[in-house]
Design a protein around this ligand. Sequence first.
Ligand code: FES
Length: 118
Amino acid sequence: MAPHQRLICASAGLIDGGAGVRFITQRDGRDAAAFVIRYDGKVYGYLNSCAHIPVELDWMEGEFFDKAGLYLICATHGATYEPDTGHCIMGPCKGERLVAAPIEERDGSVYLLERHTA
Ligand code: FES
């Protein structure tokens, strides 16, 4: 297995507490929606699937944060997640967490770290 990096977006495209960037990754051999956001200066990536029911979180494409830019919110039933841990602190899946996607920010770009057989 060799790590492979896939460009997701330019670092400048992710504003702290602002809109995220959606992308498709692989999970268990299938396409899976995912996203990256910036919070407190760092970039985080998660599968775009609520821990409550597997629906996408964003109510409008890329809109994952609450109005204050402090928490990620599921648009369907309001689960509230910490952006830096993916931990659900309020809502129907309190105590559960989002599935992290391996992300690296380097040289002004954001990459997904994928594993594949070479
Ligand atoms: S589906 Fe996300 S809070 Fe219920």
